[in-house]
Design a binder for this molecule. Structure first.
Ligand code: 0O2
Length: 247
């Protein structure tokens, strides 16, 4: 009988703390959907007016429970919902991978100019790479999600990378967790990775140069509109009218 009471108490405890946790995670998930849609819309718009898509891929992820715990421990914080919400800004993460560095800044500017996106923090590891060679543009933003009875502002981290930056970061991330390598071997790998990061930077710059040269010659691979702006706008309104009529 006493054992049953203990089980009940434990179940109550788990339920009490898991519901708010699940609720918070649901909000982060909703925010991810909002941000992902925003980038899909921008990609569609670019591909409608220009001859290519700036986004190669979009990935979203919710930080795992163990990563949340580790990060709280690193910051000397107890595991509480307010501590997570007020101190960890990358629970919801979106990674936008582009072909060209210029696209990263164009997309980031378009995204930040939307009136329901609040910029909290910007870390430009492209202009200022990390010591190990890591490059990426990070934005912490707050966006609203609309619930049945309230509007809630939720923080999301957006990482923008070129394909080369992403390739490098994925490999470095995998190696970082290889615990069975000796210190000497790890130091060697760090040096090799730094060398690779420089090669990736040169590759990004060369690709950008080629794209710019093509753009100047009037080829359609840049941000040159396929149609004059006025005609494009009319086409857009026409497509919009059809879309609304067919609803
Ligand atoms: P995961 O697995 O992606 O969640 P702060 O968040 O401000 O307390 P932090 O974590 O240094 O401090 O912030 P920063 O520098 O903006 O990094 C956040 C995320 O960027 C990391 O999340 C990685 O995803 C990525 N990142 C940053 N530096 C590196 C790096 O050197 N190599 C690689 N591969 N990725 C990096 P997490 O929580 O570390 O990991």
């Amino acid at each position: 009988m006493a054992n049953l009471k203990l089980v009940d108490a434990f179940t109550d405890f788990v339920e009490e703390s898991t519901l708010p946790y699940r609720q918070m995670m649901t909000y982060y998930n909703c925010a991810l959907m909002e941000v992902e849609t925003k980038f899909k819309v921008l990609n569609e718009q670019f591909s409608l007016f220009y001859d290519r898509n700036p986004i190669e891929s979009i990935h979203t992820r919710i930080k795992s429970q163990s990563s949340i715990l580790k990060k709280l421990q690193k910051k000397n914080l107890a595991l509480t919902i307010p501590n997570i919400e007020n101190n960890l800004f990358d629970i919801a993460g979106v990674r936008v991978v582009c072909s060209f560095t210029e696209d990263i800044y164009s997309l980031a500017n378009s995204f930040l100019s939307q009136d329901d996106v609040r910029l909290i923090e910007k870390k430009d590891y492209i202009q200022n790479p990390k010591e190990n060679g890591y490059r990426s543009l990070h934005l912490i933003v707050e966006i609203p999600i609309f619930l049945s009875d309230e509007k809630k502002w939720v923080k999301v981290e957006v990482q923008f990378r070129t394909i080369a930056m992403d390739f490098w970061a994925s490999l470095e991330h995998k190696i970082r967790y290889k615990k069975n390598l000796s210190k000497e071997r790890l130091d060697e790998i760090d040096k090799e990775l730094l060398e690779c990061a420089k090669i990736c930077k040169t590759l990004d710059e060369k690709m950008e140069e080629i794209k710019t040269a093509f753009k100047k010659r009037g080829f359609l691979c840049g941000y040159k509109p396929l149609l004059p702006a006025r005609v494009s706008r009319r086409c857009f309104h026409f497509v919009q009218a059809i879309a609304f009529d067919s609803r």
